[in-house]
Write a protein that binds this ligand. Structure first.
Ligand SMILES: [Zn+2]
Length: 216
């Protein structure tokens, strides 16, 4: 953390000396999103920006470098609803130890409340489709207390939406009346988790044929 203070401020997009998180040129390149996607069962999600350079560059650098000040600078890009409790999708413990900063926690801000914890090991099985990955992640989270009323759930990036949906479902099961998943960045279009298989990037290998195609 001391290193953060000694190194001159650099834009997290282009690395030029300048304001953090972004110099004016990179800030101009940000692609605001803001589309709310209902996921059913009282759960919806919205991404503040599209997952693209310079934001994707900044998120990767912040996470891989464990840059706490960068994380807090990125948090300033995220406008969270007020008067609703805010929590976050906790990073897997092993990853948090390695990186020293939990970006979703920093994005949730100083008023964020820890309501979820990881149980078991993160499931990373690229040969599964989105729905099966979601099933495999069931039970990945546990609520730390009983809840009521609406909750804002913060994460850094929404890809398929599977992780966000698993975390939101856990909050609903613990009593949250509604959950709005707010991510700093959202990749692609509407979340596909639990809707339809997403084939892109799936590894074709032994055993993957059984992991395909819903029957209806
Ligand atoms: Zn820049």
């Amino acid at each position: 953390m001391l290193l953060d203070l000694l190194v001159p401020a650099r834009c997290l997009g282009c690395r030029d000396p300048g304001p953090v998180p972004f110099c004016p040129d990179c800030a101009d390149e940000l692609d605001p999103d803001g589309t709310v996607h209902p996921l059913g069962d009282g759960i919806a999600t919205v991404g503040a920006f599209a997952y693209a350079h310079p934001l994707s560059t900044a998120i990767k650098a912040t996470k891989s470098g464990g840059l706490r000040q960068a994380a807090d600078a990125l948090a300033r890009l995220l406008v969270l609803p007020t008067a609703v409790p805010v929590t976050w999708v906790p990073a897997p413990r092993s990853r948090r130890r390695r990186r020293g900063v939990d970006l979703p926690e920093r994005l949730a801000g100083p008023d964020g409340i820890r309501l979820l914890e990881r149980v078991g090991r993160p499931v990373e099985q690229p040969d599964l489709d989105a729905r099966q990955r979601l099933d495999a992640q069931d039970g990945t989270f546990r609520a730390t207390r009983r809840l009521d009323g609406p909750i804002v759930l913060v994460d850094d990036v929404r890809a398929t939406g599977a992780t966000l949906l698993a975390a939101a479902t856990t909050l609903r099961a613990a009593g949250a009346s509604r959950v709005l998943g707010v991510t700093l960045a959202a990749a692609g279009g509407p979340p596909s988790a639990g809707r339809r298989p997403r084939r892109t990037g799936a590894r074709r290998g032994p055993g993957s044929t059984a992991a395909s195609a819903p029957t209806s």
